[in-house]
Design a protein around this ligand. Structure first.
Ligand code: AMP
Length: 282
């Protein structure tokens, strides 16, 4: 496993692999890796000859007052886990390497796809995601790139960006990896106390409850949402950012539950803002 910090060195190495006809998979991450990230690396390992894992805490996707400075970082441990999961290259650039110019370019999707869900409280977040992923795509030029379904809106945004900007890259969405109590794994779970970590299982439980309601015939999205709010609200330390029931691809709100549906939420627990979701075909 090679650790690379500069774009120049990475490009030179990847050029050699390309000339040998090797396929390249990219797994973009912000590091502090856990089994969720490792599942993406393992998926990329299966499909590609060369697996590049980027580790970059991207400042442009954090809003003012968010946790950019305190975001957990441990690049040495990340390299060990990348190796263990079968990655070939850890690309760990500095902020200067990724953003060399004071004035950068804006890559921002038109329309509502970035405005709902997380975009409501993080209005500049997806602009930061689309610029950094565009840069990574241009640096690595992968055949495939791997993203976790935990960040369902991110997957929808990246797929739309790839279509719109005509990147010749296959986007592979991987399932959510969870702790044994059902809590979706996240680097930000580090912010939780043991008690909060236990209590945060309520997010996944509320999704299971919603699925049960829908299976038994409930089709009114607002009824399902209210039941989830009630259940999550029963844990005193929660602060619901949003619970939305939307079309899986357009992320538009739906009133009647049918077709490909995404139930997504963000909930604050102490210092952490946690995401979870479920996809249903109704
Ligand atoms: P992050 O480091 O949080 O930016 O995440 C990097 C990638 O890993 C993103 O595509 C995430 O969606 C994905 N990811 C994070 N947590 C999980 C998880 N629990 N299960 C699956 N994928 C995940």
């Amino acid at each position: 496993m090679k650790r690379i910090e500069t774009i120049k060195e990475l490009r030179e190495l990847l050029k050699e692999y390309r000339e040998q006809g090797k396929s390249i998979g990219l797994v973009p991450t912000m590091g502090y890796l856990h089994e969720g990230h490792m599942s993406l690396i393992k998926a990329a390992r299966k499909d590609n000859d060369v697996v590049v894992v980027s580790v970059f805490v991207n400042p442009t996707q954090f809003g003012v007052g968010e946790d950019y400075d305190s975001y957990p970082r441990d690049f040495d441990r990340d390299c060990e886990l990348i190796k263990e999961a079968g990655g070939d290259i850890a690309f760990i650039p500095s902020v200067k390497e990724m953003y060399p110019d004071k004035d950068d370019i804006v890559v921002e999707l038109e329309g509502d796809i970035t405005k709902g869900l997380c975009g409501m409280t993080r209005p500049t977040h997806f602009r930061g995601v689309t610029i950094v992923v565009s840069k990574l795509f241009n640096i690595v030029n992968p055949d495939r790139a791997y993203f976790g379904q935990k960040d369902a809106q991110q997957v929808a945004v990246i797929k739309k960006m790839v279509r719109t900007l005509m990147f010749d890259i296959e986007i592979v969405a991987c399932p959510i990896i969870r702790e044994s109590n059902g809590l979706a794994m996240s680097s930000r779970n580090k912010y939780l106390t043991d008690k909060e970590r236990q209590e945060a299982a309520i997010l996944n439980q509320s999704l299971g409850m919603a699925e049960g309601l829908i299976e038994s015939g409930e089709r009114d999205a607002s009824c399902v949402r209210s039941a989830m709010e009630l259940m999550i609200g029963s844990v005193p330390s929660t602060d619901i950012d949003y619970i939305e029931i939307v079309d899986r691809d357009t992320l538009e709100n739906i009133e009647t539950i049918e077709g490909n549906v995404l139930i997504a939420m963000a909930v604050r627990f102490g210092k952490a803002r946690l995401l979870d979701n479920i996809m249903l075909e109704v």
